[in-house]
Design a protein around this ligand. Sequence first.
Ligand SMILES: C[S@@+](CC[C@H](N)C(=O)[O-])C[C@H]1O[C@@H](n2cnc3c(N)ncnc32)[C@H](O)[C@@H]1O
Length: 212
Amino acid sequence: MSLVDLDLVDHKAELPDDVRAFLHEAGRRIEQFQGEGRCPGFVPSNFERVHGALRTLKGGCLTRRFCEWGSGFGVVASLAAMLGFDACGIEIEEELVDAARRLAGDFDLSVQLVHGSFIPRQSATTLATGNGFDWLNTDRDTGLEALGIAPADFDVVFAYPWPDEQHMVASLFEEHAESGAVLLTYHGDEELRLRRKVERRRRGCSRRAAPH
Ligand SMILES: C[S@@+](CC[C@H](N)C(=O)[O-])C[C@H]1O[C@@H](n2cnc3c(N)ncnc32)[C@H](O)[C@@H]1O
């Protein structure tokens, strides 16, 4: 098994009014939360960029299962729900989970936001680095178990890892995701990366267009 990079076609389109209103309110609450100096490991991704990528990934599919690893304010999971994904998010900081649930609830969004760790209990992926991680909580936990689903049940996983977590997040995805699932990651400065888990890497055809 390996991960192959996919081209991510960026369809720039006007945000629908409901998405715009949701993001406006999310931004207001996040600014207030961060202004109070809470949960410094939480930094929001670029939600408009991620929304564009999710729209492309959803394409014409009726249902796709989506999970946000380290969901913070739950904004990306909520956007996925607005696009019709069967969406959930897992976050280790309880006060972020509470804030995310309040936000999603105020917009009547059907998204599961769970307190726990996205790191499955059984993982061969090494979580030890020479210096440890700056912000990642390495607890292995019950976030997914609380949902009653396995890590392999998702078609799309999104994460915004800190630089020292990027390799570990990709390894965890490669270890646990089903073949064909995709990992969408945000890396700051508007950079998004899309990878698919495949059975075997074929020489000369590693890049394919993003699914529609
Ligand atoms: C850089 S923030 C990204 C937040 C959100 N995904 C976004 O795009 O706005 C990373 C988040 O991962 C959370 N986190 C760190 N370790 C975690 C773990 N093991 N399980 C679940 N969440 C974790 C942090 O608390 C933080 O909210």
